[in-house]
Ligand binder design. Structure first.
Ligand SMILES: [Zn+2]
Ligand SMILES: [Zn+2]
Length: 310
């Protein structure tokens, strides 16, 4: 297999457009798309200070690598932020270790905050607690982890004077969330979660990899961090509902390459239409913390109340 661009030995084939690429041409192709995504969605301005959420997985390590090179050529500053949620096993220690190695290798300022210090409980402790009460098994745990992590990152990024928070969502993450909202009939959430709604208390979140397929992000991670292990899987990752959507998307892509990009475009078109025509109902401010939310109290406060932490 020959590289379509330079005729060297190709190492990857992109089924949706027929390109065969060597390492160097793949990196160029991958980064060009991420740069275009930043430009097309107006994600960054000169002088921005970016906090990059770094979990130690393939996606966030790749994002930090890309944004470091990107910001060196522009007048933006960058730092990495890790939330140690407190998973006491091989996965927990290896991902945390990855974050340290990545930052050391790239020479990036690194801030680590823990669930234990910030909210008083590790995710292991939250797991024990929600398994023993009405909230059931570990299915809801990803919500606790995601919502509380996001809240701490927002607060800390603000304290550090950052103007943007970069999140390593890839194309499939975005498609999956979109399809889930469609199936639930939750049309508000299609625009709700997007950065299109301005909230003064939230630092704008940017996602430079939303047009990058997961397997390409993985390939990019392997090229740039060959020494790191990204294979560990979170022990709590048992969300069958989410997994079903992931499987459906994979099946679609296998049969009809490029479906992931088409779903993304539909999502975008719908977002823009909804913003024009749809009056967002029920924008409130949380009674407890003042965050923008859709009900009486925000999700963060609801979860912390469940845990008797506020
Ligand atoms: Zn090439
Ligand atoms: Zn709240």
């Amino acid at each position: 297999m020959q590289c379509t661009k330079c005729k060297k030995e190709a190492v990857i084939n992109l089924r949706y457009n027929g390109l065969n690429l060597c390492n160097a041409c793949f990196v160029e192709y991958f980064e060009k798309r991420a740069r275009a995504t930043i430009r097309n969605f107006n994600m960054l301005n000169i002088g921005d200070k970016i906090a990059v959420g770094l979990s130690g997985g393939k996606d966030s390590s790749s994002l930090l690598y890309f944004l470091k090179n990107f910001s060196e050529k522009r007048r933006t500053k960058i730092l990495a932020m890790t939330i140690d949620v407190g998973i006491n096993d091989e996965y927990g220690s290896s991902t945390l270790n990855n974050t340290k190695e990545v930052c050391q290798k790239l020479g990036i300022e690194h801030h680590i905050y823990s669930f234990k210090d910030e909210i008083g409980m590790t995710i292991d402790e939250i797991h024990l607690k929600i398994c023993n009460n009405k909230f059931g098994g570990s299915e809801g745990l990803c919500t606790y982890c995601g919502v509380l992590r996001r809240d701490i990152m927002n607060k800390k990024a603000k304290e550090l004077g950052c103007s943007k928070l970069a999140i390593a969502h890839n194309l499939e993450d975005e498609d999956q969330a979109f399809l889930m909202n469609i199936v639930r009939g939750d049309i508000e959430r299609i625009i709700w979660g997007s950065s299109l709604i301005k909230d003064a208390k939230m630092i704008p979140r940017i996602k430079p990899f939303i047009k990058s397929p997961e397997d390409e992000v993985k390939f990019y991670a392997k090229i740039n961090f060959p020494e790191l292990n990204f294979e560990h899987i979170c022990p709590y990752r048992k969300d069958a509902y989410r997994k079903t959507f992931k499987d459906i998307l994979n099946l679609l892509n296998e049969k009809y390459p490029g479906s992931n990009f088409q779903i993304f475009e539909s999502n975008n078109k719908l977002k823009n239409l909804l913003l024009k025509d749809y009056k967002i109902k029920g924008v409130h401010f949380c009674k407890t913390c003042g965050n923008l939310c859709s009900g009486e109290i925000c999700k963060r406060c609801e979860l912390l109340k469940n845990l008797n932490l506020i």
